[in-house]
Design a binder for this molecule. Structure first.
Ligand code: GTP
Ligand code: MG
Length: 149
């Protein structure tokens, strides 16, 4: 099954945007498998963003992600990885389309309120990294016959 790791970053939590952001994925029809408020340790932030470790903004990025609690989410669904990226919008919020999370709710790349996995492989990898197995639920929502033919 396809799944993606979505995270409300510390700015989104501090600005009271958690409900709005969760609601967009929920209303779209994806299946929520895991959800927690979490203070990210530095080591986990470094592992999550290891591909960016040579970038000039990397130290700021680690400081940002560990600066307060984040909301970790695991979402499942057909095409959920690419669709979540579309709902989130471009990395630079000023280039993100209106109607997307970043387009509606943010102005700077370094404060872009939300993360979404960039491939199905990374979706699995990041959910494994951020959640313990017993924090994830397999379930069938009552709305399923009204969502899928
Ligand atoms: P994520 O969903 O958070 O992974 O964003 P992304 O996939 O749209 O972008 P990418 O993976 O390339 O970068 C990860 C995160 O690093 C971004 O979301 C930003 O928070 C941060 N970042 C990327 N580029 C810059 C930059 O030029 N300056 C700053 N300050 N932060 C950046
Ligand atoms: Mg990314």
């Amino acid at each position: 099954v396809e799944e993606t790791y979505v995270m409300v970053k510390p700015d989104g939590v501090q600005r009271g945007l958690v409900g709005d952001i969760i609601s967009r994925f929920e209303k779209k029809g994806f299946l929520l498998k895991g959800l927690k408020l979490f203070q990210c340790p530095k080591e986990l932030a470094e592992e999550h963003y290891k591909e960016l470790k040579d970038k000039s903004f990397y130290p700021k990025l680690i400081k940002y992600i560990t600066s307060g609690p984040v909301v970790c989410m695991a979402w499942e669904g057909i095409g959920v990885v690419a669709s979540a990226r579309k709902l989130i919008g471009a990395t630079n919020p000023l280039q993100a389309d209106p109607g997307t999370i970043r387009g509606d709710l943010a102005v700077q790349t370094g404060r872009n309120v939300v993360h979404g996995s960039d491939s199905p492989d990374n979706g699995h990898r990041e959910i494994d990294l951020w959640f313990k197995q017993d924090e994830l639920c397999e379930w069938v929502p009552a709305q399923e016959p009204w969502l899928k033919e």
